[in-house]
Design a protein around this ligand. Structure first.
Ligand SMILES: O=C(O)CCC(=O)C(=O)O
Length: 335
């Protein structure tokens, strides 16, 4: 069913009952939510639809430390900061204001070539495939040792855990061979957390990026704006269904936010091996592809914090985690 849903774009995708059935089929991948629902006071079975409205009446929770008003001060007095190489340290100091880090040549030529080769081989052998967007190869890290090495790279994970102030668990990888041309969005509409802000993403250039092949764009500082979740736009959903135009309607709302706040778009002309780390609420997307023949090989990794409830606001689904990642959550069912 999961494979089917990856390719399928029709009416069934709007029915919450289909997702509930899928959740019941994959109940073992939702076990981590039992203690988390108990901890935060969510009174729902773990297979039920879930969205921000389920958390609206719960007591307020602290935001991640670098989202708090005194973040810069706290950063300066944190001894662990000095353990990072100069480049990384300087970038981390800008995080509270910018909501991103740019890490030049973080991954070697050899590592990147290895990933590109692995993706080609796995496409050839049909171990992985593009999903319904025809641009995204989802979850390749589950099949590929080379990608897994990057996902669990200790220098990278140290940076992410320092920024969130918590342990992180990789949720998904997305590999692209062409630019995404995705409109501006915050990852929080796709991968949402309670408390908010407990997601972090890493984008890696797997070749040089030019203005022709659809570079990544982003809006510095946009992470500080209020989160846009289902209640903040005309999502058209009901008790039984996800609204037909929920996502276009979300994109329209984000367009308005950009205009109202006069956000300045920046473009990341990355070199092969460069990495870009972004905040859960940083607005970003993919520029139009000017040369239809050009490839734009890249990979995104999304990590959740290990003590947050993880779900998908737009489709109101809890996030599924395979068994081998369940133990990484900080709470167990027997806690
Ligand atoms: O790679 C891109 O063009 C955008 C990717 C993206 O927006 C995402 O993964 O959230």
């Amino acid at each position: 069913m999961k494979k089917l849903l990856q390719k399928y774009t029709g009416f069934l995708r709007t029915l919450k009952a289909v997702y509930v059935a899928n959740n019941l089929l994959h109940l073992s991948q939702l076990q981590h939510n039992k203690p988390l629902y108990r901890k935060f006071g969510v009174k729902k079975p773990v297979f039920a639809p879930i969205s921000s409205t389920d958390f609206a009446s719960l007591p307020p929770q602290p935001s991640p430390w670098l989202d708090q008003p005194n973040a810069l001060q706290k950063l300066q007095s944190t001894p662990e900061l000095s353990a990072f190489p100069d480049q990384v340290r300087e970038q981390i100091q800008e995080w509270p204001n910018n909501g991103y880090l740019m890490l030049d040549k973080f991954f070697s030529e050899e590592t990147v070539d290895g990933i590109n080769q692995e993706i080609d081989d796995m496409l050839q052998s049909r171990l992985v495939d593009f999903n319904y967007t025809n641009r995204k190869i989802m979850f390749a890290f589950r099949q590929s040792e080379k990608i897994k090495e990057v996902v669990f790279n200790s220098d990278l994970v140290k940076v992410l855990e320092f920024i969130l102030g918590k342990k992180v668990i990789p949720f998904q990888t997305i590999n692209f061979l062409k630019g995404s041309e995705q409109k501006a969005h915050s990852d929080t509409i796709h991968m949402t957390t309670y408390p908010l802000g407990n997601l972090i993403a890493v984008w890696i250039a797997l070749e040089d990026i030019t203005s022709d092949n659809g570079p990544l764009f982003y809006y510095p500082g946009s992470h500080k704006l209020p989160y846009v979740l289902n209640p903040q736009f005309d999502n058209g959903g009901s008790f039984f269904r996800i609204g037909d135009d929920a996502y276009p309607s979300y994109e329209k709302k984000i367009g308005q936010v950009i205009e109202e706040n006069q956000l300045e778009q920046k473009i990341f002309y990355a070199k092969k091996g460069d990495a870009f780390v972004w905040h859960a609420n940083l607005l970003h997307g993919g520029c139009p592809i000017l040369d239809p023949e050009a490839t734009r090989k890249s990979m995104v990794i999304h990590y959740y914090a290990q003590d947050a409830i993880c779900y998908h606001e737009i489709t109101q689904r809890p996030a599924l985690f395979p068994k081998d990642l369940q133990h990484q959550f900080s709470l167990r069912d027997d806690d």
